[in-house]
Design a protein around this ligand. Structure first.
Ligand SMILES: Nc1nc2c(ncn2[C@@H]2O[C@@H]3COP(=O)(O)O[C@H]4[C@@H](O)[C@H](n5cnc6c(=O)[nH]c(N)nc65)O[C@@H]4COP(=O)(O)O[C@H]3[C@H]2O)c(=O)[nH]1
Length: 754
């Protein structure tokens, strides 16, 4: 029988175990390394020291709000594996002591576990484990309920006031411990966050490619990042020593405005010149802003970007946009700009200016003959020479191709341009050397002056161009001032070109034939076909005038085909009549020769006319051999295998390489008439003619002299063993009918040299 004394003893015993529990929990709070450590110890202490059946701690998952078993100790903990407790009051699993304590934040005492309706769901377990009473004590952390300490006892009605107080204190001690851990965790987290943020800022500052400086209002620099050291070329302490004024180029006039803006608005961003440690100045983009530190000090942050490279690229781009890549001269864009400026200045000052349009003569031919690479070299050299002829205040520009424009600003009168034009022409005429080759060039210049020939850039350009066109027309290598009549002349030229297009179909072209003679017996050995144009209103137009026009416009191909066809027909007819037995020479222009179907055209002309190939001679100029020799050789070989004869016309005026010459399937050289003039007295011509004849003969070629006008020339050439001659001395070029008579009358009736 249980007596009051027994009850009192039991109570004292329980209380003393609970005091022990409290004391151990205090100890655990001090010794635990973590929250779970503390909770695990608390459960174990409650069971061991408090002599309870079982203890466990429920905590609320802060993320999901669900309740989980954090720690447990004692008899029956296995049931906790599958226990389900909800924080929700509507859920039957949430209406038990733990759910209620957690939700309502006060202890829930069950003095008779097995009878208490709140524990109805767990009576079977109570039965099994011998639980007679239970307590659920909320655990808090810094004022918030974070869990519940659940204790199970084997005796009923154990929760008297003193016990409740003691258990409350135990929960309070554990709560204190939890609060400490939470605070510690929060502090740690704050520290981590601070460190992270510091790391982030440091890495931004340290890895920035721009200089970042922190300065004080008195201009002292307090900190500088590694980029600042790299940009200014010194150490951080050097930068600190230099201070703000040591880094900015105070001579930059923009500095005052920048300082003023920063003072007024608290920030500045713009461009300034800065100085490196070694004194070198460089362009920089600056962005500064003034701010206050936490302790109230005024500071300025400066972000400095070195824009040297960007400026250099920009300048390079601007330069390229305004200059010609090949020669480095200003291009049309820059020239137009300068021309407009010069016009404005001339207008203001009442002065004149001259605009020159310079075009290199026959440069297309140079390009075709020598290839674009050498052509570019010529242009480059020409540009350098022209540049040396003008003043720094003049603008020389290349417009592309072989065209140059020169602005002479502020000249007294148009005549002032004359010596400059002469100088430009003279410098071009000096031979150009290209490796082991030399070449002679010339230019034609058109000059238009402000205000006489135009008061705006467009009309000056147009008129200088027209004047240049006329300079070319008048024989090239000359300058020509603009006059209003020129436009008319150019119009006429264009009309003439249009007329030429129709000349073939309208039957306005015809051929003249000039016989060629052997020096030995003065007999006709062949004929040359020479084209003529009978214009309906302008009369007879010489080939020197329309052949270049045809070459420039591409008309030379149909014209050349017509000449070939007609000459073959005519020769076939004369041969059939027995009037001649030699070849008919036909001039072939380079353009025509390079046509892919040239061989076909020759074969067609021969077969249509019935002329045998050996009665056709094709005259090409040296220029044909100067480019793409392999292809030229193929064409020449194909012609030779047809049986057609080939000769080089105007020999001596080009730049044939002798080594090439000996390989060519050529049968005749025609010495240009300019070397025949003045023979035999003209010593220079005598030497050249002599050299060509002896070289030609030695290489196995026949040699024919063109433009033989006098007996002296004929005699001299004969004495040099020149094979044949052609010229007014023997016969002029004649129309077909006249030539027929000539041949019938017994060609070769020219007086023999005495
Ligand atoms: N001063 C002088 N000149 C003489 C004498 N004997 C002949 N001539 C001229 O010299 C030129 C010889 O022709 P070329 O050198 O082939 O020079 C030709 C040739 O290069 C070109 N040409 C003429 N017809 C044709 C053609 O059908 N096709 C091509 N591609 N060019 C042609 O036009 C050039 C000039 O032809 P033309 O005016 O007919 O001029 C001809 C002829 O009339 C003389 O004793 N003294």
């Amino acid at each position: 029988m249980t007596t009051d004394i027994d009850i009192a003893h039991a109570k004292i015993h329980r209380l003393s175990r609970l005091y022990l529990t409290l004391s151990r929990c205090n100890q655990a709070v001090l010794e635990s390394a973590s929250e779970s450590d503390l909770l695990a110890s608390a459960c174990q202490i409650a069971v061991d020291a408090g002599e309870l059946a079982m203890a466990w701690v429920a905590t609320i998952d802060p993320e999901t709000g669900t309740i989980r078993v954090a720690e447990r100790f004692g008899r029956g903990v296995e049931y906790l594996e599958s226990v389900q407790i909800s924080p929700d009051a509507e859920d039957p699993n949430g209406r038990g002591p733990t759910g209620t304590a957690l939700r309502e934040g006060h202890p829930v005492w069950c003095d008779n576990f097995m009878r208490d309706p709140r524990t109805a769901q767990w009576h079977a377990l109570g039965e099994r484990f011998g639980w007679s009473a239970s307590a659920s004590l909320p655990l808090t952390s810094n004022g918030h309920v974070v869990g519940a300490l659940n204790l199970y006892l084997t005796q009923q009605n154990a929760f008297d006031a003193a016990t409740r107080e003691l258990l409350g204190e135990i929960a309070a001690v554990i709560s204190f411990g939890l609060g400490r851990f939470a605070l510690e965790a929060a502090r740690q987290e704050a520290e981590d966050r601070l460190r992270d943020s510091e790391d982030r800022y440091r890495s931004i500052v340290e890895h920035s490619r721009d200089a970042i400086l922190l300065t004080a209002p008195d201009g002292r620099i307090l900190a500088a990042n590694p980029a600042a050291c790299r940009i200014f070329g010194c150490t951080e302490s050097d930068i600190l020593r230099l201070g703000r004024n040591g880094l900015v180029d105070t001579a930059d006039p923009r500095v005052t405005a920048a300082v003023e803006e920063r003072r007024r608005t608290g920030s500045f961003s713009g461009e300034l010149t800065m100085r490196r440690y070694d004194g070198e100045r460089f362009p920089a983009e600056l962005s500064t802003s003034v701010f206050q530190t936490h302790s109230g000090e005024v500071r300025t942050s400066m972000l400095i970007r070195d824009v040297t490279e960007r400026k250099r690229n920009e300048a390079q781009l601007a330069y390229l946009a305004q200059h010609d890549a090949l020669t480095g001269l200003p291009n049309r864009l820059l020239l137009t700009d300068r021309l407009n400026l010069a016009i404005a200045q001339a207008e203001r000052d009442g002065t004149s200016l001259a605009l020159m349009f310079l075009d290199l003569d026959r440069f297309k031919q140079v390009n075709d003959l020598m290839g674009h690479e050498l052509g570019d070299q010529v242009l480059h050299q020409a540009a350098q020479r022209l540049k040396a002829c003008v003043r720094a205040s003049d603008t020389l520009s290349r417009q592309g191709g072989d065209e140059f424009l020169i602005v002479l600003p502020n000249i007294g009168s148009p005549e002032t341009a004359v010596p400059v034009a002469r100088k430009l022409l003279d410098t071009l005429i000096t031979p150009f050397s290209l490796g082991d080759r030399e070449m002679v060039l010339s230019g034609s210049i058109g000059i238009a002056c402000y205000p006489e020939d135009g008061t705006d850039a467009d009309s000056l350009l147009r008129n200088a161009d027209a004047a240049m066109y006329v300079a070319k027309d008048l024989g090239r290598n000359r300058y020509q001032f603009y006059s209003p009549a020129m436009n008319e002349r150019i119009r006429e030229r264009l009309m003439l070109e249009i007329d030429l297009r129709r000349a073939i179909e309208r039957g306005q072209l015809f051929l003249n034939y000039q016989p060629q003679f052997a020096f030995t017996n003065r007999l006709v050995i062949g004929l040359e076909a020479l084209a003529r144009w009978q214009h309906p209103t302008l009369g007879l137009i010489p080939p020197d005038q329309f052949i270049p026009m045809a070459e420039n416009s591409g008309l030379i191909v149909p014209i050349g085909a017509w000449v070939l066809e007609t000459a073959c027909q005519q020769q076939a007819a004369w041969i059939a009549e027995g009037l001649i037995d030699g070849p008919m020479a036909v001039n072939v222009s380079m353009h025509q020769f390079r046509q892919p179907d040239f061989i076909e055209r020759v074969t067609d002309a021969l077969s249509r006319s019935g002329l045998s190939a050996c009665h056709l001679e094709l005259e090409v100029t040296e220029s044909v051999f100067m480019q793409d020799l392999d292809r030229v050789m193929q064409t020449l070989e194909a012609l030779r295998s047809l049986g057609v004869r080939l000769s080089i016309d105007d020999f001596g005026t080009g730049y044939s390489s002798l080594s090439h010459l000996k390989k060519l399937p050529i049968y005749r050289l025609k010495i240009d008439q300019s070397f025949i003039q003045g023979l035999p007295l003209d010593q220079e011509n005598a030497a050249i003619a002599g050299a060509i004849i002896s070289m030609g003969k030695r290489l196995g070629f026949e040699v024919l002299a063109e433009g033989v006008e006098t007996q002296e020339q004929a005699r001299y050439l004969h004495s040099l063993e020149c094979d044949a001659g052609q010229g007014y001395l023997f016969a002029r070029p004649m129309a077909a009918r006249e030539c027929t008579d000539f041949l019938r009358d017994g060609a070769g009736a020219t007086p023999a040299p005495s």
